[in-house]
Structure formats: C-alpha cells, structure tokens
Design a protein around this ligand. Structure first.
Ligand code: FAD
Length: 364
C-alpha cells in the first residue's frame, strides 16, 4: 500500500510526487489518460519573475517563492533524469495593448514595487533591443529576469525522475469514486481496482472539482480553454518573451514561436477554432510584421484549471483528515510547480511550512 496516492499526473501531480519520493515516501500517481498531456503540455512555459523580499500579496508571494526555486529545481530534475528541461533566462518585454504610456508605466511600477528588475524603456531603446518589432509600439517594460521552460521536456524529465525514484506511475487509471469513513478517505476506486493509502491528493487540473465532488467536497475549479499557434521562423526575430496584455509570443531557441493565448469559458471542449487561430496569427504578425511569412506549424488548445480568484487551492480539504487538494493554478501552474511541490510535501509530511498556508488556501 503506498503512503500517498496522487490523483492526476500533470505538472502539479508529478512535481509533488518527485518531491515526496526524494524524501523516501512511497507514492503512486494515477492519471485517467497518459501522463502530462493536458494543460501542462499545452502551456507556453513562461516563468514570470518575482522577488520574495518585495512580494506582499499571496499571488506575488507564491510567484516570487517559486521563481527563486526554479534554477535549482531545473538543475535537480536534469541531474536525476538526464533530461534537459530547457529552463532559461530569456528576458521579456511587456507592451501596452492600448499603446498607452500611463498603462505601461503602471506595469513598471508594479514590478519595481515587488523588487523585480523592471526598466521602463522608450521607442529608441525598444528598437535597439527588438529591431523586428512593429515600430508603432512605443514605451515598454524590459524584464531581464523573465524565464521560460520547455514544458513538454519538463514533463518528460519529471516522469523519468519519478520513475528513477521508484514512484509507481499508473496511466489509464481514472478515479471514479472514493471510499471514506467519517473524517478519512480509506481508498479510491478506478475501473480496475480499489487503492488504499494513508493520504490522498487531488491534483486533477481542470477536472479537480468533479473528482473532489466524488469525495463529497465542493471546491470550485473550472476549465478555461487556451489556444496556441506554433510558427517556425528562422532566424528567430526575437529571443525575448513579448507580452501584450493576455497575448504573448514565446520564442524557443530552435526557431519555434508560440503565439498565445485565448481565455475561453467553453466547458471541457478542447478544439481549436478558426476565429481564434486567425486572431492569434493576426496578433503575432502585427507585433512582428515579418511573421506574416513564417511557416505555420500547428495549433493546439488546453484546459487551464481556473479558480474563483486565480489562486490555487493548496491544502487539506474541509472535513477530511487525509484528503488534500493542489488545484486551480489557472495561468501559472508551470511557474508555480516547484513551490506547490514544496508546500504540499511540508503539509503531507507534517513539516513546518515555509510560510503560512492559510494565506494561500482559498475560502470558497
Ligand atoms: C494555452 C495555455 C498556456 C499556458 N501558459 C502557461 C505559462 O506560460 N506558464 C504557466 O505557469 N502556466 C501556463 N499555463 C497554465 C498551466 O499549464 C496550468 O496551470 C498547469 O498545467 C496545471 O497543471 P495541473 O497538473 O494542475 O493540470 P493538468 O496538466 O491538466 O493535469 C491534470 C491531470 O489530471 C488528470 N485527471 C483528471 N481527472 C482525473 C481522474 N478522475 N482520475 C485520474 N486522473 C485525472 C488529467 O488526465 C491530467 O493529466 C498555460 C495553460 C494553457 C492551456
């Protein structure tokens, strides 16, 4: 019998499993499909900079704590799996959708007040940094510490590292029910077996609400579709992440460029739509006009686990001594995966948490 069963093998479940396994805990991860093929695979891999010394709100604190963990986390995974995650400090530029000077100045102030390196730059400096950018864009914020990770590679590294540490990985094992006493879950059911364990964690991404409902818990997590277009452009017209409101371009070192992303409340419908794909391509080639002749590679979509306030639920669920949730990471699950793994490990093993969990647990 495993000590801990994790329900969901996306970046969150696999990161927690790896973290626990390095402490000698016996872990089993169940996924209804193959591992790491949902939102975690579909994401763009942006790691927004943060600074724990300046972070004040729960959102900025969580981001900052995770941000500083990333270099070591990526190095550890690389060492344990032999797989390079593609984590790199590529830098980023934030631009204003309305091309408004005051709006972009406010973005710079926000990052600076968090203690993040953020430089307000004008038209000339922007041209020097990004010569291929549409000259209609003027003021911008330069974020030299912006990072990215190749999330499909991160997932491969996590899977290999988990396997090497003896984590029992069970793909094709949907959880379809819980068995419980008054305050404790005793086992979970899949179509093939009933699995007992000491503790259980629901980390089922956009499906977490329905999985938790089977255990009698109501925690709100809803799917929010995001579509992405992949182009190839060699030589790369930019090496930095370019962000304009909720839209962005993420360049990969091998000449691929991701253009994302939509935010759509359409339930569990994962298809790409002609309208969104056209709009993303239009956005990308408006930002970098030379992309009009880039090669169209493909497009995809994923279901982000949305929560009522954009923050994840990290903690024990009400009325259960041994059932936990790590769900609802919305647009930031890749970025927040190292800190989520650390906090859940501390919680599950009864260690003193690095910072107060009640700051981070949603009250719904
Ligand atoms: C287009 C897009 C762009 C994004 N860009 C970024 C970004 O740049 N940076 C960033 O930090 N985040 C980004 N995100 C968000 C990030 O991808 C998510 O927050 C993160 O992947 C959530 O991870 P997860 O493990 O909770 O969910 P998932 O990866 O969805 O994993 C959940 C797993 O649970 C399994 N599951 C569900 N139900 C059951 C069941 N009953 N039994 C067993 N298993 C079950 C699923 O099969 C799935 O494998 C993006 C997301 C999208 C869609």
């Amino acid at each position: 019998m495993p000590d801990i069963v994790l329900i969901g093998g996306g970046v969150i479940g696999l990161s927690i499993a790896f973290e626990l396994a390095t402490r000698g805990v016996s872990v089993r991860v169940l996924d209804q499909g193959p591992f790491g093929r949902e939102s975690s695979w579909a994401g763009a891999g942006m790691i927004t900079p943060g600074n724990p010394l300046g972070a004040k709100s729960p959102e900025t604190r969580l981001r900052a704590e995770s941000f500083v963990m990333w270099p070591e986390w990526a190095a550890r995974l690389n060492e344990e799996s032999g797989i390079e995650t593609g984590f790199v400090r590529c830098g980023g530029i934030e631009l204003s959708p309305e091309r408004s000077e005051s709006e972009i100045a406010a973005v710079a102030t926000k990052f600076q007040s968090e203690g993040v390196r953020a430089e307000l730059i004008g038209w000339r400096e922007l041209r020097e940094l990004e010569p291929h950018l549409n000259p209609e864009f003027g003021d911008a914020v330069h974020l030299p510490d912006y990072c990215q990770v190749r999330n499909p590679r991160l997932l491969k590294a996590l899977l290999a590292a988990c396997a090497a540490r003896g984590v029992e990985l069970s793909p094709g094992s949907p959880v379809i029910g819980f068995e419980r006493g008054s305050q404790r879950v005793t086992s979970v059911r899949t179509p093939a077996e009933t699995i007992s364990a000491g503790q259980f964690v629901v980390c089922s991404g956009a499906w977490s609400q329905s999985v938790l409902a089977q255990a009698g818990c109501s925690i709100r997590v809803e799917p929010v579709r995001g579509q992405i277009v992949l182009l190839e452009a060699l030589p790369l017209p930019t090496r930095r992440i370019l962000e304009v409101g909720s839209r962005y371009i993420v360049p990969r070192a091998d000449g691929q460029l991701l253009i994302g992303s939509t935010e759509e409340h359409v339930g569990f419908e994962k298809r790409n739509t002609a309208e969104a794909v056209a709009e993303l391509i239009r956005f990308g080639s408006e930002l970098i006009p030379s992309l009009k002749t880039a090669r169209f590679e493909r497009c995809w979509s994923g279901l982000r686990p949305g929560s009522p306030n954009g923050l994840p639920y990290l903690g024990r669920v009400p009325d259960s001594d041994n059932l936990f949730a790590a769900a609802g990471h919305f647009r930031a699950g890749l970025m927040l995966s190292p800190i989520t793994a650390l906090l859940l490990r501390q919680l599950l093993l009864g260690e003193t948490p690095d910072f107060a969990m009640n700051e981070l647990t949603l009250t719904q």
